[in-house]
Design a protein around this ligand. Structure first.
Ligand code: BES
Ligand code: MN
Ligand code: ZN
Length: 505
């Protein structure tokens, strides 16, 4: 797997706007608001260009609006971007506006852009710097490595300069550097999920995880099929049986290098589990062919875990972080498991496989049992688990299921802060009735009522620690471009989990 995405470098300055030499100066403006003094002073030097535009009502600062024009000043072009009403401002609005601005520059030969960040006082400078850098990098992302060079969308941007008041500059820069690491991790997760299933097989996913681990000082181990047999991972092995590509169970272990022993500091141990189905055909309970191609992203949860591990290590988070990714294809063949088969998971529970397309919960079952060996303070799984969660809440939030209020609260808060929203879904006892087994302990489907919840209830049978499950089937992939998320894999979960870990309470 190649990574070809070129990314610009970031610089940080605190200068008079008239002194900025750049190919384009980006000025965020609130809707229908008087220009701040710094801007009117600057505008006078460029013949009141901005004032004339506002007076003519060519631009007012409306959310999502942009206007690009040439200027006689040191900055050759000016790009006005609308932030919408000041009293409705949120970090997500800032992200969307910056993203619109960056997209407007994609096919323009501007190598250096400078963004004015003064006047956005409702945000902590560090958060602002982080959000802006993340947004720039994620907006420039594209997956074009299989296209001829001349068909690729061009971006000329080589340098992005963040402009802020002197007193804020070091915080902006600190946030920016964090943002750069996080965005690179999101990009890695997107690349992995965008790659087709003939490139990202379980073996490739494992190789890429090991490559990332080696580069970042993370301990790594890959369990092979013989190891899974020894450990009794019958649920994972059942799914893997139909495929010629050998299954892999990826283990990543990050420990911060602290001066004091981690036991003395009471460093928390968090386990991240990611669904790693590199292609989900449904198996013998085969899916309809419509959109089956998209099922290459059924390993998006695993990709998120690989990205999150990279970011955690690069940010040296003071937490023990474990990543577990059970990975296999789900294919029909003469050796595939059949509907009606009964398998035994690693904790001894028996499962009736009534639908081979409900494979995600099977492979996660063994991974969740495996997580127990770390004596975790919390386990969080990411999985493109059910089509029903997409029907229920669409693409605008991941479904959140948890047996622990504090964990739920932390994730909810991080979801609001990052824009990677999560929405709590029920795990009522009654759902268990729907997955109670007839011939075995449990069955792998619970009927069409409450699909996302019966799937989560199934997972819960394999947990006895604080646990949260994120159903990212709707959020991990987008068929229409959104601000800072082009079509395809979104890398959802990386920013969410890093924010959660940074602010862990
Ligand atoms: N990977 C799918 C879920 C999915 C569907 C993800 C659409 C992304 C988009 C999962 O393995 C699956 O097939 N789930 C079944 C469960 C059913 C058989 C109980 C589903 O949602 O139809
Ligand atoms: Mn499936
Ligand atoms: Zn699946």
């Amino acid at each position: 797997m190649k990574n070809l995405s070129r990314v610009p470098r970031f610089s940080y300055e605190s200068k008079n706007l008239a002194e900025i030499s750049a190919d384009v100066l980006i000025l965020p403006l609130f809707d229908n608001e008087k220009l701040p003094k710094e801007l009117t002073d600057f505008d006078k030097k460029i013949n009141n260009a901005v004032k004339n535009i506002l007076d003519a009502k060519d631009f007012s600062g409306k959310k999502n609006s942009v206007l690009l024009f040439h200027s006689s000043g040191k900055a050759k072009r000016i790009l006005l971007i609308g932030l919408g009403e000041n009293k409705k401002i949120s970090m997500e609005t800032i992200r969307a506006s910056i993203s619109n601005g960056i997209s407007a520059l994609k096919n323009i030969s501007a190598a250096k852009a400078a963004i004015r960040l003064s006047g956005l006082d409702s945000f902590a400078s560090e958060d602002l710097g982080q959000a802006v850098v993340e947004t720039v990098l994620l907006s420039l992302y594209e997956f074009t490595q299989y296209k001829k060079t001349d068909e690729k969308k061009k971006s000329y941007l080589k340098e992005i300069c963040l402009l802020a008041d002197k007193k804020d500059l070091s915080e902006i820069k600190k946030g920016g550097e964090t943002g750069e690491k996080i965005a690179r991790a999101v990009i890695l997760a997107r690349d992995l999920a965008n790659e087709p299933a003939n490139v990202v097989t379980p073996a490739t996913l494992a190789e890429e995880a090991v490559k990332m681990a080696k580069l970042n000082g993370i301990k790594h181990k890959i369990l092979e099929i013989k190891d899974m047999k020894r450990l009794g991972m019958g649920a994972l092995l059942g799914v893997a049986k139909g495929s010629e590509e050998p299954a892999k169970f990826i283990i990543l272990e990050y420990k911060p290098k602290l001066k004091v022993k981690s036991e003395e500091l009471k460093v928390q141990t968090i386990v991240l589990v990611g669904k790693g189905i590199t292609f989900d055909s449904g198996g013998i309970s085969i899916k309809p062919s419509q959109s089956m191609d998209e099922m290459k992203y059924d390993m998006a949860g695993g990709a998120t875990v690989i990205g999150a591990m990279q970011a955690a290590a690069q940010l040296i988070l003071p937490i023990n972080l474990i990543g577990l990714i059970p990975s296999t294809e789900n294919l029909p063949s003469g050796t595939a498991q059949r509907p009606g088969d009964i398998v035994r998971a690693m904790n001894g529970k028996t499962i009736e496989v009534l639908n081979t397309d409900a494979e995600g919960r099977m492979i996660l079952a063994d991974a969740l049992v495996y997580a127990k060996k770390y004596n975790p303070d919390a386990v969080i799984d990411f999985a493109t688990l059910t089509g029903a969660i997409v029907v229920a809440i669409g693409e605008h939030a991941s479904g959140l299921f948890s047996n622990n209020e504090n964990l739920e609260k932390n994730l909810k808060k991080a979801g609001e802060a990052t824009g990677e929203r999560v929405w709590p879904m029920p795990l009522y006892e009654e759902y268990f009735e729907q997955i109670k087994g007839d011939l075995a302990d449990i069955r792998n489907i619970g009927g069409k009522e409450g699909g996302p919840s019966t799937a989560a209830k199934f997972l819960e049978q394999f947990t006895d620690f604080p646990w949260a499950h994120l159903d990212i089937a709707g959020t991990a992939w987008t068929t229409k471009p959104k601000p800072y998320r082009p079509k395809g894999a979104t890398g959802v979960g990386v920013r969410l989990i890093i924010e959660t870990l940074i602010n862990w309470e």
